[in-house]
Design a protein around this ligand. Structure first.
Ligand code: ASP
Ligand code: MG
Length: 421
């Protein structure tokens, strides 16, 4: 089997859904497992709905109306017959969200978030599945929560691989078989052993595709995107960005780790473990080959640029002129872990420890927390550039007219923290 993943942008309106059908029509002879994200910006809209549930139910209702109108508008364009089963199916799905408007949630925010936000993927897959049947592309809608089992760390749930493998294997004959060679399922979501819904972290549908590929020993995974493939830099920021026809798993992991957003960082590991190639292709120009990511070594690796704007550089030092040693460092990381903050770069000297992180709303409480044990200095209005396979020319080009405040080099990777102009 092959695994395909379609993200929110590929199903953002009726024309896009038709385009997905056109792509799938070309693969009618193959066994396909298709993973789909919520349509367009639905996840953000459902996040706003969730936030409103805790403060203002009337506002929440407005947000929900917007989400409904968006989906029904798409469905109205895809189905002429108002008696089509898709309409009842969507109404029934929305009933679960309507119920939430009865009273403010008693459950913790993260728990509610997952029960609500996951509906974006339920809706999108129902619409796509009905539409494909409607145009003669027979398929089976599968609830991914039937086999992706996670812990109950809501919003960042961890896959229980043993349980997930058992569940998948005991169901797989019902998924792809003589009668059916196309399955449609949700990205981003999973379920706990108590049957609550969890999510795997924002933009997690790529990861789902990789989990499914691992479970089904897929021959390949394709992530269909609105770009030609993986580029050596963000074309919106670098006008000479080029397409990378090939990447090693190793480079792909490094690039996503440092902030390349083209694929979710967790995607590579499961497929690398089974040597399953990953294709990144354009759903707009779907005959182009895009990028392949696999085991084959690269001989002349391309310079790659990753830019992370809006960073915060924190420097922590002991209050009594003490050394920064292992136990302070482990305290620092315990704090970062409790805030679920990822470090983009770190550097230490005898007396201070510096970290570069995304500048988010958690900043003030984080600084407060660190200030209990350390003197904290920080720099804002800075950005981070990471250059893989750097050379002198790449560095010159990058630092021209920029004030570099921190630099770090390994054999393959150069990181520069620079002032925002
Ligand atoms: N719909 C989810 C999100 O927007 C998952 C995904 O798109 O991959 O984060
Ligand atoms: Mg998305």
């Amino acid at each position: 089997m092959k695994v395909f993943k379609f993200g929110g942008a590929s199903v953002k309106d009726a024309a896009s859904v038709k385009n997905v059908a056109a792509i799938l029509n070309e693969y009618k002879q193959e066994q396909l497992f298709v993973v789909i994200s919520a349509m367009g910006k639905t996840t953000n809209a459902l996040e706003e709905f969730t936030n409103a549930l805790y403060v203002d139910l009337a506002l929440a209702e407005k947000h929900l109306e917007t989400v409904k109108a968006f989906h029904f508008n798409i469905v109205n364009q895809l189905f002429e017959n108002i008696n089509d089963k898709v309409f009842t199916d969507l109404h029934n799905t929305f009933v679960e969200l309507d119920w939430m408007l009865d009273e403010m949630p008693a459950q913790a925010y993260d728990h509610t978030y997952d029960q609500v936000v996951s509906m974006g993927e339920i809706l999108s897959t129902k619409i796509v599945s009905h539409y494909l049947n409607h145009v003669g592309i027979n398929n089976l809608w599968i609830d991914v929560r039937d086999f992706i089992r996670t812990d109950n760390n809501y919003r960042e749930a961890k896959v229980d691989w043993n349980a997930t493998e058992l569940l998948f294997n005991s169901n797989k004959e019902n998924y792809l078989n003589q009668q059916n060679n196309l399955c449609i399922t949700q990205g981003f979501i999973g379920g706990t052993s108590e049957n609550f819904t969890t999510t795997l972290g924002r933009e997690g549908s790529d990861y789902t595709a990789s989990i499914v590929a691992y479970l089904g020993n897929a021959e390949q995974v394709t992530i269909w995107k609105d770009v030609a493939g993986v580029m050596n830099a963000d074309p919106k920021k670098f006008d000479d960005a080029v397409l990378l026809p090939h990447l090693t798993y190793h480079d792909a992991v490094e690039l996503t780790y440092y902030g390349a957003t083209v694929i979710h960082p967790k995607t590579i590991k499961p497929i690398q473990n089974k040597h399953i190639p990953l294709y990144v292709r354009s759903f707009l120009n779907y005959h182009e080959t895009g990028t392949v990511i696999n085991d084959t070594p690269s001989h002349n690796a391309q310079v790659c640029f990753i830019h992370k704007p809006d960073q915060l550089l924190l420097s922590l030092s002991g209050k009594d002129f003490s050394f920064i040693v292992e136990d302070n460092i482990s305290n620092i990381f315990a704090v970062l872990a409790s805030f679920r903050i990822k470090v983009n770069l770190m550097q230490n000297s005898a007396l201070s420890f510096s970290i570069c992180i995304d500048n988010t709303s958690k900043r003030n409480t984080l600084i407060e927390q660190f200030s209990k044990d350390f003197y904290v200095r920080y720099n804002e209005d800075i950005e981070l550039f990471t250059v893989r396979h750097y050379d002198a020319e790449a560095i010159d080009k990058l630092i021209k007219n920029k004030e570099v405040i921190l630099e770090q080099r390994s054999r393959n990777t150069l990181q520069l923290v620079v002032k925002t102009n």
